[in-house]
Design a protein around this ligand. Structure first.
Ligand SMILES: [Zn+2]
Ligand SMILES: [Zn+2]
Length: 273
């Protein structure tokens, strides 16, 4: 697996278009997508699924089953509301085939809802656009800041006001990480959290003229040319391009990026293949 580190973020990743996508954040025990369930996924307690295509979701029954075999608490999956029933049905069918019952937790989640991961960390879905029900995700750190009118007060006065029950803080969500899943470019155009995330993992399935922008859109994906056209939207510190089609070799991807990317992106872009 590819290991990606930036500031406090550590991700174990596989991201190959049509083959396998899974991003595990071991320190928070969460994963975005499950791919084909690589070993480290089994120790992850919460899964956030972007959509049901097999390169992103095939490992789900294996994940639940392995956790039961290892006598770990049941894993918990958060998915688009339209996937709860069919995924539950698939896993129940595996119960039947295996002659072995285990608890599964598959919950619906939609944009506007937040799951508290631990302490000040939250995950929230982001609207995305693909050929099947889908959503991206953002990982946020919720920080408390003194309201501007209290900024000049001394520590003791602040303590006193706090104890009086007065709300003297404002909450601010800092997007640390965002992931598009499979989506068209509207994911960036319409999600401020994705544009502002410190680290953005964004799909870039096609990069050449043989598969032009129109083809990418037809299949619900992003073409490199669209990322370049929208370069001004990206406020991210790091942008990781991922989910490249298997038709491109790592060398071809590197060379294409070197020639095509504008300077403003060149210095911030990493690739994962
Ligand atoms: Zn995919
Ligand atoms: Zn897909």
């Amino acid at each position: 697996m590819f290991e990606y580190r930036y500031k406090n973020l550590f991700i174990k990743a596989i991201g190959i278009g049509g083959i396998e996508t899974v991003y595990i954040l071991p320190e928070l025990s969460i994963s975005f997508d499950v791919g084909r369930c690589p070993d480290p996924l089994v120790d992850t307690s919460r899964i956030f699924l972007t959509h049901g295509h097999l390169d992103h979701s095939a490992g789900l029954p294996y994940y639940f089953s392995q956790r039961a075999l290892k006598r770990l608490p049941p894993g918990e999956a958060f998915v688009h509301e339209r996937l709860v029933e069919p995924l539950t049905r698939i896993i129940q069918t595996w119960h039947e085939i295996e002659g072995f019952q285990y608890e599964i937790k598959i919950n619906a989640i939609k944009p506007g809802e937040y799951i508290n991961i631990k302490n000040e960390y939250f995950v929230t879905p982001l609207k995305s656009y693909h050929r099947v029900p889908c959503q991206g995700y953002a990982l946020l750190r919720r920080s408390k800041k003194l309201l501007p009118q209290y900024l000049n007060l001394k520590g003791e006065k602040i303590k006193e006001l706090k104890e009086s029950g007065l709300n003297i803080f404002e909450e601010r969500d800092i997007p640390l990480f965002a992931f598009s899943g499979d989506s068209t470019i509207e994911f960036i155009q319409e999600n401020q959290l994705a544009r502002r995330a410190q680290v953005l993992f964004i799909e870039c399935t096609y990069i050449d003229e043989k598969r032009p922008v129109a083809k990418a859109r037809e299949w619900g994906h992003i073409h490199l040319d669209e990322i370049i056209e929208n370069a001004d939207l990206f406020e991210n510190e790091r942008i990781v391009l991922t989910h490249f089609s298997k038709r491109y070799s790592p060398n071809m991807i590197r060379n294409t990026l070197k020639t095509k990317l504008p300077k403003s992106l060149q210095s911030r872009v990493d690739v994962l293949f």
